[in-house]
Design a protein around this ligand. Sequence first.
Ligand code: NAI
Length: 253
Amino acid sequence: MSRFEGKVAIVTGGAQGIGAAIVRRLASEGAAVAVVDLTAERAQPVVDEVVKDGGRALALGADVSRTEDAQAAVAAAVTEFGRIDILVNNAGITRDNLLFKMTDEDWDSVIAVNLRSAFIMSREAQKHFVAQKYGKIVSLSSRSALGNRGQANYSASKAGVMGLTATLAIELGPFGVNVNAVAPGYISTAMTDATARRVGLDPDEMRRLASEQTPVRRVGEPEDIAAVVAFLAADESSFVSGQTIQVNGGADR
Ligand code: NAI
């Protein structure tokens, strides 16, 4: 399948976990992918993998919560590949704490990386999308947007992504731009392993417990999310916009 032949994608936080799976998926279907992460060195191994498999990719270092970095990343992708068609706002962090222990820094950093970056990157990308009357924006929300103990900052940032998505869909739809989000449940990555350790559980034990609470009786893998992101980035979903799709094996929490 070559749904993305001739298309150029930018994936933030693409060095590992869900972002890396999205990079592999888009590249395997023909997209040239700019892999943006905190440093180009972190992004390079995924880029090497893609290139080894015959694809096209570029490693870019940027803190996407910073305006100048985001602008430079989009500009570098356009310089290298000539255009951009798809933006995946995937970079995200957690700084979990109960409210009474949550610091200003815990709050500000999570809002900046998870929400501000999606705003800045989308604003930067839309210049190209609107001019060419074509674009796809897919952002990572989370099941936690509906509330999760110890995650006031993260939950607010991911609910913010849902609102941003709904609004950008209204503003950009007339210009041929689709804007959607994916809200994963428990996905097995470094992020959820760190969460397990923080609450004193072995990551395998945490996955087992999460599987038991999930109707399909397993936790998600990064590829489960990449498949839905690819659907939303492809032309077959061009009548879907402003949506946040829950991808959680039927789990209600
Ligand atoms: P991860 O922690 O494994 O990977 C996140 C990547 O983002 C890392 O490569 C990191 O270096 C990069 N990153 C962090 N801050 C950045 C910044 N300021 N600029 C550029 N890159 C930055 O996380 P994971 O699990 O792959 O999550 C990816 C996305 O999916 C995040 O937005 C996360 O909130 C979301 N998500 C994950 C879930 C899970 O169960 N793993 C569930 C729901 C949502």
